[in-house]
Design a protein around this ligand. Structure first.
Ligand code: PLP
Length: 424
C-alpha cells in the first residue's frame, strides 16, 4: 500500500474538520495583527479567541524592542543550539530572571511551550518510570509521555480519589520514579487543577509533580504567578512550566525547578539539545514583557473586570457560563447537531464578534463550548456589543438555553470524569 494513500481519504485525526475545511469555521483566515479588534474577511471584529490575557500583544514598547533587536542582530541570531553556539549572556540572564519570578532555583528556556513540555518530560522519564496523567492534559503532555516510553496511567480529570488510587497502584509494582503530570489552568474549559491537594498526594506517595501552567502563567494568583500561587503551593510544584504564547504574547516556554533537575534537563531534553536556540529577538522582548507581567497589576485587574462584566451579562441572558477561578470564560450551549454551533458562530461573526467553538471530546457530543478570552485590552463597549450580539443570536436562532444544564450533568459522566485506566 502507498504510504500516501491515507492522504487521499478524509480520515485521520481532525479528519472531519479537514473535510469541512472552508477557512471560516475551520482554520479561519485572520489578519496577523493581534489585538482586541482584528481584521477578518475584510471586516473589523471584536476578538475573543486569542490568549492575549494581559493585552501585551498590542504593546508598542515590546514591538520596538523586537525591531531594535532585529536591526542589531538579524532575525536568526544566535546561530546554533544552546549546546554548541546558541547560548548568550542574555539567555542566561533571562533564565535567572524567570527562575526568580517562578520562585524556582533554576530555569531553562525552550523555543515553544510545546517543546518545553516534550523535552522536560522526556528528559526526566524513562521506561522504568511511571507517568500519572490527568485525562484532559494537553496534547504536548500526552506526546511527551509517549516520547519518554515510560509506563503511564490516566486519572480522571481533577479527581483526587482517582489520582490517589493510581498512586497506590503505581507504588504496588513500582520499578522507578513516579511523575504526576497535570495542567494548572485547563485552557479549554478554564477549570483549575486542585494543585495543593495534588501536592499533598505526591508527598504522601513519594511522587513528583510536573505542572504545565500555560494558561495560568502571569495570569492567576494574587500577583499573577500562576496556579501554584493561587493555591499557595508554588514551592511544592517540583517542575513548573509556562509558555510565552499566552499572557506574554510572544513565543517560547520556560521550565523551572531545582538546580540539579534543570541541569539534567538542559543536557537531556532532545527538543533543546538538538534544536536551534530561542532567537535573541524573543529573549529581549521577553525580558521586558516579564517586567510588565510582574509589575503591572492593573493589567490583571482590568482583565478580571472585563471577565466579570462579560460573565454577568451572559448569565443575565440565560447562558450557562462555567464557574471557574481563571479568566477563561466557557459558554456552554446545547446543540442537536453541529449546524447549531455553526449557525451561532456565523451569526456572531456577522455581528462583528469573533468567537470560536470547542466540541467533543473536550465537552460532551451534544454541547458546544464557546471559549471566550477576556483581556486587559477589551473595552466596556466591546463587552456591551458582545452581550447584545449574544442576545440577538439567542432570539434569532430561538436557542433553548436551559437544555444545556441537563446535557452538562449527563455529560459529566461521559467526558473527563469517565475514562479511568484503573484496573484493580
Ligand atoms: C496547556 C498547554 N500546554 C502547552 C501548549 C503549547 O504551548 P506553545 O504554543 O507555547 O507551544 C499549549 C498551547 O496551546 C497549552 O495550552
Amino acid at each position: 500500500m502507498d504510504i500516501f494513500a491515507k492522504c487521499r481519504t478524509d480520515g485521520g485525526y481532525f479528519g472531519m474538520l479537514r473535510a469541512a475545511g472552508d477557512d471560516f469555521f475551520v482554520r479561519p483566515v485572520l489578519d496577523p495583527k493581534p489585538g482586541r479588534v482584528m481584521d477578518y474577511q475584510g471586516k473589523s471584529v471584536v476578538q475573543w479567541s486569542i490568549n492575549n490575557y494581559l493585552g501585551l500583544a498590542e504593546n508598542e514598547e515590546l514591538r520596538a524592542v523586537a525591531v531594535e533587536t532585529a536591526r542589531a542582530y538579524g532575525p536568526g541570531a544566535p546561530m546554533g543550539s544552546r549546546m554548541m553556539t546558541g547560548s548568550t549572556p542574555r539567555h542566561l540572564a533571562l533564565e535567572k530572571k524567570f527562575a526568580a519570578y517562578m520562585g524556582k532555583e533554576s530555569a531553562i528556556l525552550f523555543n515553544y511551550g510545546y517543546l518545553g513540555v516534550l523535552g522536560t518530560i522526556q528528559a526526566l522519564c524513562e521506561p522504568s518510570d511511571t507517568i500519572l496523567i490527568d485525562k484532559l492534559a494537553h496534547a504536548s503532555m500526552v506526546d511527551a509521555m509517549f516520547m519518554s516510553r515510560a509506563q503511564f496511567r490516566i486519572w480522571k480529570h481533577n479527581d483526587m480519589n482517582s489520582l490517589e488510587g493510581h498512586l497506590k497502584r503505581a507504588n504496588r509494582d513500582r520499578k522507578g520514579g513516579v511523575l504526576i503530570v497535570a495542567e494548572g489552568v485547563y485552557g479549554m474549559t478554564g477549570d483549575v487543577a486542585p494543585a495543593a491537594d495534588i501536592c499533598l498526594l505526591k508527598d504522601k506517595y513519594d511522587a513528583r509533580l510536573f505542572m504545565d501552567d500555560a494558561h495560568g502563567f502571569g495570569v492567576v494568583g494574587p500577583t499573577g504567578r500562576g496556579t501554584g500561587e493561587l493555591y499557595g503551593c508554588q514551592d511544592k510544584i517540583d517542575v513548573y512550566l509556562g509558555t510565552f504564547a499566552k499572557a506574554f504574547a510572544a513565543i517560547g516556554g520556560v521550565a523551572g525547578g531545582p538546580k540539579e533537575v534543570v541541569e539534567w534537563v538542559r543536557f537531556n531534553a532532545r527538543t533543546q539539545v538538538f534544536a536551534k536556540s530561542l532567537p535573541i529577538i524573543y529573549v529581549e522582548v521577553l525580558s521586558r514583557a516579564l517586567d510588565f507581567v510582574a509589575d503591572d497589576h492593573w493589567r490583571r485587574e482590568r482583565m478580571w473586570a472585563v471577565n466579570r462584566r462579560l460573565k454577568d451579562g451572559l448569565r443575565e441572558l440565560g447562558y450557562t457560563v462555567g464557574d471557574v477561578p481563571s479568566p477563561v470564560t466557557p459558554v456552554f450551549v446545547h446543540m442537536k447537531d453541529i449546524r447549531i454551533a455553526m449557525a451561532i458562530i456565523k451569526a456572531m461573526r456577522e455581528e462583528g464578534i469573533f468567537i470560536t467553538g470547542v466540541m467533543y471530546p473536550v465537552v460532551p457530543k451534544d454541547i458546544v463550548l464557546f471559549r471566550m478570552i477576556p483581556t486587559a485590552s477589551h473595552t466596556d463597549e466591546d463587552v456591551v456589543r458582545t452581550i447584545a450580539a449574544y442576545k440577538k443570536v439567542r432570539d434569532d436562532l430561538n436557542l433553548d438555553l436551559e437544555a444545556v444544564k441537563t446535557a452538562l450533568d449527563k455529560g459529566k459522566a461521559e467526558v473527563g470524569k469517565s475514562e479511568d485506566s484503573a484496573e484493580e
